[in-house]
Ligand binder design. Structure first.
Ligand SMILES: Cc1cc2nc3c(=O)[nH]c(=O)nc-3n(C[C@H](O)[C@H](O)[C@H](O)COP(=O)(O)OP(=O)(O)OC[C@H]3O[C@@H](n4cnc5c(N)ncnc54)[C@H](O)[C@@H]3O)c2cc1C
Length: 415
């Protein structure tokens, strides 16, 4: 493949779900974009479900619809869920139903590789002239100058852009190169992730049991399979990962209180370390952070990708408006507008996740009482339930246009 030496409006480091969504949203605004990804092109397998599965909110669905990839995802493999049942080891219960909120679903389980493959295909098919996607090509070095950013690429090429965006994940090397620090801490937990087959149908219900060691989520995917995210103290997670299948299935059935009967089969088990992390700043001159490069939260409410997709939509909106007005899209005042907008939305979600973790991941009787009262109040008080649901579904006035409930984009208008 030819080594490049070109100038773009925006260069993106990282083709995870957030980097690719940003590229699509920017292309939708008419920007010239390059995406550089350290790893190989995404590959989705129709036969074997990806172990990385995320729960997407209706707001994320709207964004994916508006950049034209949702139908391709929905016709391949999708796990919509119409209710959420949460309960606690002490017996408190909480239920949410899509019908009560006049929504077709409360969320959708989508494999990472499917999301990335469909976004990548869309970028090539629809915006191939204005978007360059280069895989196996990490950004080795980035340097900002007053009027542009210069990149040295892993394949020996170079590129220039008016704005560089780091979408390179929690350990972002680009963030470190720009001298932006992070504050955060480990939760002392790992997320054990696997695809399992219970004996009973999941009935399109997402289930979560809160236990002193951490929550266990049983999330409905196709064909009565469930994706599990089991947050466990570090050593316990390693122990459960190393059990043979029979012993692991027994432990999982027990932890789920056999709510779906005995769990009969398990796929490979993977561990992810769990952290809470915020970048000290989301922007620097000619530089912005999106997704996990900017913030990492506990997966207990399945919000990480969703927040990242909203970052992408907000940044694309700010850049698009700058381009339309003939303003430099990498100018610091534009970027600060993006940073204020997204930080004020992301921080409360992070505090809420940290609060849930503090309240649920222990067996202290005072916190047990607070949990029971909290569940009871939320179950019985419609305004409290509505507040939680609005937070979980990302409905509200702050949404970027791409995620809003009202508008149509040029792509939607054309199709
Ligand atoms: C156990 C677990 C369960 C989760 N469940 C959910 C869920 O249900 N719902 C949800 O919304 N979120 C969930 N999350 C969070 C979600 O997985 C992350 O928020 C999401 O993957 C972040 O996407 P991203 O695109 O920002 O980063 P990533 O997916 O980490 O992608 C970063 C990309 O950058 C590339 N890269 C790195 N360095 C460079 C470089 N120098 N140059 C070029 N490319 C580079 C990497 O190869 C990678 O492809 C979960 C997380 C965990 C750990």
């Amino acid at each position: 493949m030819a080594v490049i030496d070109r100038t773009f409006d925006v260069a993106i480091g990282g083709a995870g779900p957030v980097g690719l969504m940003l590229a699509a949203a920017l292309a939708e605004q008419g920007a010239r974009v390059a995406v550089f990804e350290a790893g190989p092109p995404p590959q989705w397998s129709p036969e074997h479900p990806d172990i990385r599965i995320s729960s997407l909110t209706p707001a994320s669905r709207r964004m994916l619809e508006r950049v034209g990839v949702w139908p391709a995802i929905a016709e391949r493999r999708l796990g919509p869920f119409e209710a959420i049942h949460a309960w606690d080891a002490g017996g408190a219960r909480l239920r949410f139903h899509a019908a009560d909120l006049e929504q077709p679903a409360l969320g959708y389980l989508v494999e990472h590789s499917l999301l990335q493959t469909m976004l990548d295909q869309r970028l090539h098919a629809h915006w191939g002239g204005s978007v360059l996607c280069r895989y196996d090509c990490r950004i080795d070095e980035a340097r900002t100058e007053p009027s542009r950013c210069r990149l040295r690429l892993g394949d020996g090429g170079t590129a220039r852009a008016r704005l560089l965006v780091a979408a390179d994940g929690a350990g972002s090397a680009l963030r470190q190169q720009m001298g932006i620090g992070v504050s955060g801490r480990s939760y002392g937990q790992h997320g054990l992730v696997a695809t399992v087959r219970p004996s009973k149908s999941h009935g399109r219900i997402a289930r979560q049991r809160f236990m002193p060691g951490g929550p266990l989520a049983l999330l409905p995917v196709q064909d009565d399979l469930c994706s599990i995210v089991w947050s466990l103290p570090d050593e316990e997670a390693k122990r459960l990962q190393s059990l043979d299948d029979t012993a692991f299935l027994a432990a999982l059935t027990d932890a789920s209180e056999a709510v779906l009967g005995p769990i009969r089969e398990t796929g490979p088990r993977h561990l992810f370390p769990l952290r809470s992390q915020q970048a000290d700043s989301y922007v620097a001159p000619r530089f912005a952070l999106v997704g996990d490069a900017a913030h990492v939260i506990h997966p207990l409410a399945g919000q990480g990708v969703n927040l990242g997709l909203l970052d992408a939509a907000a940044l694309a909106q700010v850049v698009g408006e700058a381009l339309q007005e003939g303003v430099d899209p990498g100018a610091y005042p534009q970027l600060r507008r993006y940073a204020r907008w997204r930080r004020s939305d992301n921080l409360p979600v992070q505090w809420l996740m940290d609060g849930f973790h503090w309240l649920f991941s222990n067996s202290d009787p005072v916190r047990q009482l607070a949990r029971n009262l909290g569940f009871l109040a939320t179950e019985r008080l419609p305004p409290a339930k509505r507040l939680f649901t609005a937070l979980a579904l990302h409905s509200g006035a702050h949404l970027p246009r791409l995620a809003s409930e009202k508008i149509r984009t040029p792509t939607q208008a054309r199709e």
